[in-house]
Structures are given as C-alpha cells and as structure tokens.
Write a protein that binds this ligand. Structure first.
Ligand SMILES: [Zn+2]
Length: 684
C-alpha cells in the first residue's frame, strides 16, 4: 500500500480552506481523512474515523481546546468540515476518572459540549479520540490488519509484524470502556506509534496530518507484507456440477428470505438483492464454509449491515432447482430460528430490554455460484454485498496464514443491539412499497415514466423497460441512482426474456409488473389490412402476454405472490369509430387480465387493469389534440377536459391508479377507470 499524499493537493486544500475560514490543520485533517476514506482496503461505508485536537473560539469569543472528530456514520471519502463536529475537550478528558458511564448520559454530555449545538452526533469512538493525547488520530478497519488480528494468536502475530511499534488493546466493544483501556495500554508503552484494537482495527497517531496518515499506510503495508510472507499454499478448486444461472437461482433465494407479515394478510416483508461472484468470493465458497460461516464478523460494526452470519445454501445444480428450492427453504427457516434463539438468549443476559430486529439474512452464500447481499433497498443490498466481500477477503487471508477467529457471540450481540450502532442506520419508516421490485414496460412514455416515478416514490426499486433505451435511461436518471433502464421490445420473445433476466440479476426478483407498452393503429374494420391488425395484436395483446408470462415465472419461483397491472384503455369497453385495430387487442387484454386473476389467484398473484382516456402522451400528441379539437369545434382545453367532471386527466392520475391497485392487497380482476367520467365507457 502506497501513501497517496500529494504535496500539491495538500497545499491546494489548505489554500482553499483559507478562503472559507478553515484553518490549515483542519484542512489537512479533511485531506487525509478523504485519502483514507477513498481506499476500500482501509474503510468501507461509514466505517473508520479520524480526529484533530485544536483550538477555536466559542460562542462567547473564548479560546477553547476542542476535539474535531468525524460524525457518526459519515463517509470519510467525501468528508467536509461540517462532518467533523467540534467538542470542548477538557470535560471529555475529565470523564476518564469515572469507572463507567451509561450510553445515553455519555451522548448527552457529548452533545452538551458541542461548540455548535446543531452539529451531528460525533463518532461512537469519540472517547478514544478524546483520551489519546495526540493532535491527529486516525482509525481504520484495514483489511490486512483484520486478517492478522482476527486469529487466536493475533497478538503474537502483531508483535512480529509491527516489531512492537504498536500497542495491543484486547477486545472490548467500542465506547467508553475501550477508550479507557486504550489509554492505559498507551501509557505503558508511550513510544507507540499507534494501537491495534484486537478483533476490530488499527489506530495511528501523529503530530501532523501527514505523519498520522503515513503511519497508517506504513503499518497496513507491514501487515500486508506479513501476510504475503506467511501465506500457505492456496486451496484446490472444487469442480461443481453445472450451476444453474443467477437469473434462475435469485428468485428462489429471494423468496425463502422473505417473511409473511403477521398483521396484514397477503403482505410480505421482502428484501432487494445484489449479486457478486469475484475470485475471492468463489474461492471462499469452496473452502470450509460450514466452519467459516459461523465464525462471525471481521470487525464489530459490520454486524448492523450483514448480521453476524450469512445464510449458507447448497449448490444450485442446473435442472435440479426444485431440490435446491426445498433445501433453501429449510436452511432459511433454520437461519431464522437460530437468529431468534440467539436474540432470546442474549436479550435475557441484557435484562430483556432489547427489541428484536428482523431475523432475515442479509448475506446468502451459494457455493459454485456466488453471494447475494440483501437489504430493504438496493443501496442497502449493495452495502451488505460490499461488506460480505470484505468479510471473505479478510477471512481468506486469515486462513492462509493461520485460522480465522472473531469475537464471541455475546460480544457481537452487544454491538448489534447497541443503540449507538443502530443509530447509524437512522430512523427509517417503511414506505408502502418498501423492499418491492417493479418493472414498467413502455417506461419512456408519459404514463410509463409517471408510473415508474410514482412507484419509486412509494419505495419500490424500479426497472424501466422500453424499446428506446436512451429515453428510458433519461427517465431512470431522473428517478434516482438505483432505477434501472432496460432495453426491451415486447414484440420480441427473446428481448423480453433477456430483459426480465436482467431485472432478476440486478434486483434479485420481481413483485409488480406494470404492462403499459402500446401504440395505436387505425382503420375501418371491414377494410383494414390484416397486416395492420396483426401488428397491433402483436404489441397490444401479445406484448402484454409475453411480459406477464415472464413476470409470473419469477413470481412463482419466489412464492410470495405478486401483482400484474395492465394499461387497458377505454377502447376495451367503449370502442371508437375506425379504432378497431387498437380497440380489439385492448378488449382481448381486458380478458387477459381476468384470465391471469383467475389462474393465479391461488398463488397470491393479483391482476388488475386501468382504463384511461385522453392523456397527453405519444398516443395523443399536441398535433393530434389540435386537429381533433378543431374537428369538433372545441378549444384544446375543452377537448382535453371533455368528460363528466370537466377536468383534464394526466399521466400522473393514471400512475396513482396503478399505485392504488398495487397496494390494494384484497383486489384482483379489477378495472379502474381514469377518464374524468364517461358513461359510455363505464364498467358494468
Ligand atoms: Zn472502529
């Protein structure tokens, strides 16, 4: 590992800081914090923290000594001065005389000593930074260091690897106790350049930003060199029988990792997934998985993202997925029972005061295939997968140089259920479509885009399918970073198959299909070319059937129900003159909706339709509106609001109707009319 310090960059950030009143030490604290944060071999997703001891003027103009420490959960790679809250140092130092202090009291004291009372909460490791005397303190969960210390003889290995330059602090959970222990270790060996926190990470110090940072790099390099020197020969590859595809396996995995809601019949707690299959992942999957998977986390704070153990499933052999599904179900049920049991045992020890978190796995390992990270959102799933990969990298190197050993189960529980750790995840009320995955066809059009946007706002992860990939991409970008544009021509069976495989590979499954793609053809029915009629049926009927079939296949593999929503149009019940080529397939589509409701109701799959009319879209362009309004002697506004309510109906109104149908768990074979009122088109 090389130092990423560049004099020119350091000078630039100091010069830039000077303009906004940021002192040079703080500017350099920001600079090296970012350098540490940018290297995933040092810190991941809000892990790690840094601090600076300096002076500043408080509200009354008094010059006080302060600790500027990273805010809890802040991302080091993009740190700004505001995420390094300043606390009066003296009161924090005086806490050392106490034997213990309750978490909430400590947080209260910290907040009372913030120079800016509106600043974010400081890192859970604030007391460690406060009690260490050095001006700059850097703390990471460096991968190579973890491989070295997550071993039964970690202390001896550290003595050799670092030649006594680092003090060794035995494991204690983060917080006040650990801070006190660390300062005791340092006082016994005051020449130490840093500390190893057993089974947790590394701390380095310095008089200036560069010294603390470069000591971190040097020590991590020493750990890497040690691992390299002591590395035993690599494991021999296992040859798996032909594995099934990720697209076939993922929905089964997602299904067994879902849970029925206790209160609302028909509702499920579902998670979104992220798949990984790098070399290290595949190597660890063919090692002694039963033992390693029960080993625990590589550093305590990972537990809030991955839980302490992954769910290990059997190999998924191609052509034998029924067998895989049966075993997967059994393994997932055992995982949940094990988690509940773990909670009950340790909650009793903790005085029964804790509230059980959901017992579903956050990491699933499938030997021969790869790993899945799971979470309530795609972003959470990505974080879980990143941390699971990190776990594997650490465990792999630990096993090559010795034996992986984590903290005890009780210690893991204490961190997982520590309110200060859980606070990092923030208060997150579950949105109505939380954990669900929705696909919208014709997503680049007005109704498709509005629907995808509404579903994403309701908490679903959305896939935007369209023949116009660039336009779908634009809409996806406007929705958010995890919205997925997919090229899909619903008139082409192969294109539909590829598109739905892509959705499953990216999100792990599918819960809602909004089958919306369509186009209008016209012609007087007795004279129209058969070719025109067939073209319209191909898109306006078979296109829906292909998409629905692909969706149902995924939903059945998950076994958690689902929802099919069709854009049927008022033409299905109230045909327009010379609109036969459009209205006939739409009438067939209405029948198709009911057929799906009938055939799959017992599987919990609902099928509903929306009849919309006169929406500004690709099917009703400004030129068409102008022409039709003129033909009827109406203004454009009167033409667009020519319904019982006299109100123009928009794509957003249609999107809200689809959303309502997706949420109405007791409604299937329903048609919702969104046309401002048209008696001739009313359902009877
Ligand atoms: Zn830490």
């Amino acid at each position: 590992m090389k130092s990423a310090w560049v004099d020119r960059d350091a000078e630039a950030i100091v010069a830039q800081g000077a303009k906004s009143g940021v002192e040079p030490d703080l500017a350099l604290r920001i600079y090296t914090t970012r350098l540490l944060g940018r290297d995933p071999k040092l810190v991941l997703h809000g892990g790690g923290n840094t601090s600076l001891k300096t002076r500043m003027r408080d509200r009354f103009g008094e010059d006080v000594e302060v600790l500027r420490v990273k805010a809890s959960g802040a991302n080091m790679a993009a740190i700004e001065a505001a995420s390094l809250p300043a606390l009066r140092l003296d009161p924090l130092r005086r806490l050392r005389t106490l034997d213990t202090i309750a978490d909430d009291e400590l947080v209260g004291i910290e907040r009372a000593n913030l120079i800016d009372p509106a600043a974010p909460n400081p890192s859970v490791e604030v007391m460690l930074h406060a009690l260490l005397p050095h001006k700059f303190v850097d703390h990471t969960h460096a991968r190579a260091v973890l491989s070295l210390i997550d071993q039964p003889d970690g202390e001896e290995k550290c003595a050799t690897a670092f030649s006594g330059r680092l003090g060794f602090v035995p494991y204690l959970m983060p917080g006040f106790g650990l801070a006190k222990k660390a300062i005791e270790v340092l006082e016994r060996a005051p020449a130490s350049e840093g500390l190893i926190l057993s089974k947790h990470g590394i701390v380095t110090f310095g008089n200036d930003a560069r010294q603390a940072y470069e000591r971190m790099i040097e020590m991590v390099t020493l750990a890497e060199d040690f691992l390299e020197r002591k590395c035993k020969s690599r494991v021999i590859a296992t040859l798996w029988r032909e594995p099934a595809s990720v697209a076939a396996v993922a929905p089964i995995v997602r299904g067994v990792c879902s849970r029925k809601d206790d209160k609302t019949e028909g509702a499920w707690h579902r998670l979104v997934m992220e798949f990984r299959a790098g070399t290290t992942v595949l190597n660890v999957l063919q090692s002694d998985l039963p033992r390693l998977s029960e080993g625990g986390v590589v550093t305590p704070d990972h537990t809030i993202r991955t839980k302490n153990w992954p769910l290990v499933l059997p190999h998924a052999e191609d052509g034998k997925l029924d067998e895989f599904a049966r075993h997967a179900r059994g393994a997932a049920d055992r995982f949940v029972r094990h988690y509940r049991d773990y909670f009950a045992r340790h909650n009793q020890r903790a005085g029964g005061s804790k509230k059980e978190l959901d017992p579903l796995p956050r990491v699933v390992l499938v030997p021969g295939l790869g790993l899945f990270g799971l979470g309530p959102t795609k972003r959470d799933a990505i974080i879980a997968a990143d941390i699971a990969e990190e776990w594997m990298a650490v465990v792999y190197d630990a096993e090559l140089t010795g034996e992986f050993e984590s903290i005890s189960e009780a210690d893991m529980f204490d961190v997982e259920y520590w309110p200060l750790e859980q606070a990092k995840l923030g208060a997150r009320p579950e949105p109505p479509l939380g954990g669900q995955i929705a696909a919208v066809t014709g997503a680049a059009g007005a109704i498709g885009a509005a629907t995808a946007t509404a579903f994403a706002a309701a908490g679903a992860e959305v896939a935007l399918l369209d023949v116009d990939f660039a336009a779908a991409g634009k809409t996806a970008q406007a929705i958010g970073e995890t919205a997925l544009p997919v090229r899909c021509d619903v008139t082409d069976a192969e294109s539909v198959r590829t598109a739905f495989d892509k959705i499953v590979k990216v999100f792990g499954g599918l819960d809602i299909l909004v089958s919306n793609a369509g186009a209008a053809w016209q012609g007087r029915i007795g004279e129209v070319e058969e070719e025109v009629l067939r073209k319209s049926f191909e898109l306006n009927f078979y296109g829906h059937q292909r998409a629905a079939q692909a969706a149902v296949k995924i939903m059945l593999a998950q076994g958690t129900g689902g929802c099919l929503l069709f854009n049927v149009s008022k033409q299905a019940v109230n045909p327009g003159a010379n609109f036969g080529p459009y209205g006939l397939p739409k009438a067939a589509l209405l029948a198709l909706t009911r057929q799906y409701a009938l055939d799959y109701g017992a599987d919990g799959i609902r099928a509903n339709a929306v009849n919309a009319d006169r929406i500004r879209s690709g099917l009703l362009t400004p030129a068409m509106i102008a022409a039709r309004a003129k033909a009827r002697g109406l203004s454009e506004k009167d033409y667009m609001s020519g319904n019982l309510l006299g109100r123009e109906v928009t794509a957003d109104d249609v999107a809200q109707a689809f959303l309502h149908q997706a949420l109405a768990l007791k409604t299937t074979a329903d048609v919702t009319t969104v046309d401002g009122g048209n008696i001739a088109a009313a359902m009877r």
